[in-house]
Design a protein around this ligand. Structure first.
Ligand SMILES: [Zn+2]
Length: 263
């Protein structure tokens, strides 16, 4: 642990991108700099479930909490690329159920999702203090995790037209090259998604995942003006954000994106 001190001169600051100026919304997209993890996890890996040294992850959380003191109780998921959304409360926050979305109506409960190319989606209905966090990879997007997440917030009392959403750093249209069949599948299975795909090299296609998610948020009832997109393509900016593609598909750390209302 001696080497993990905060006074190490080469440590960069922790980067937290934010979408909303309202200080009562505790939220952010945490970047990969400013932590103590090494190798594929360098440096601000916040996931205990990817093979990183647990002590390093502990130290990273400690550093993060110094920047964001409201991050006391963080609920998270065993993310499985599906469309199941769980309601998190103070009592269930530690459970980490299988799913890809969390919602809460309890101030003090902060929702966390982990990504490295997939789209982290944060949502708030500030009037009613209801929050949601979603993990939107291509599988979850086809399964409409977005629609499920908005419905779960509405079920808790949120009003879709009052929900603001922010998509965070994730793989861009510039880098998300997939097999052409997957591009066609997006066009077939998601209404209107065809215009967000384009041809790549022979047998390949590119998908603009954030554009597809944006459409899904609008279809779920959000106003276009209430949807923000924050941060760069993770693969292009892999010095600032973890990217599975940039890591060649090997083990990688994960960045955490969080949202909730302070107590
Ligand atoms: Zn890119």
């Amino acid at each position: 642990m001696e080497t993990l001190t905060e006074s190490s001169p080469d440590l960069k600051p922790v980067e937290i991108l934010r979408a909303w100026p309202d200080a009562s919304i505790c939220h952010g997209f945490v970047g990969r700099t400013g932590g103590v993890s090494t190798g594929a996890f360098a440096s601000m890996n916040l996931s205990y479930w990817v093979g990183d040294d647990e002590r390093a992850v502990d130290a990273n959380w400690e550093r993060l909490r110094r920047e964001a003191p409201d991050l006391k109780l963080v609920a998270s998921l065993n993310q499985v690329h599906g469309n199941v959304v769980h309601a998190a409360t103070r009592d269930t926050a530690a459970l980490r159920p299988a799913g890809d979305g969390l919602v809460t109506a309890e101030p003090g409960v902060i929702l966390g999702v982990y990504t490295a190319d997939c789209v982290p989606i944060l949502m708030v209905d500030s009037k009613r203090k209801i929050a949601g966090a979603l993990h939107g990879g291509w599988r979850g997007t086809i399964a409409d995790i977005v629609g499920a997440g908005v419905r779960a917030m509405v079920k808790m009392g949120a009003c879709a037209s009052d929900i603001a959403a922010a998509m965070g750093p994730s793989i861009g249209n510039c880098c998300f090259e997939v097999d052409a069949e997957l591009g066609r599948r997006f066009g077939r299975e998601i209404a209107g998604a065809r215009i967000h795909t384009r041809a790549g090299r022979p047998g390949k296609a590119y998908i603009d995942l954030r554009a597809v998610v944006r459409d899904q948020l609008e279809r779920a009832g959000l106003a276009a003006a209430n949807i923000a997109s924050v941060g760069p393509c993770t693969r292009c900016a892999s010095d600032r954000f973890f990217s599975r593609r940039a890591a060649g598909g090997d083990a990688t750390g994960l960045q955490m994106s969080f949202v909730g209302f302070a107590e």
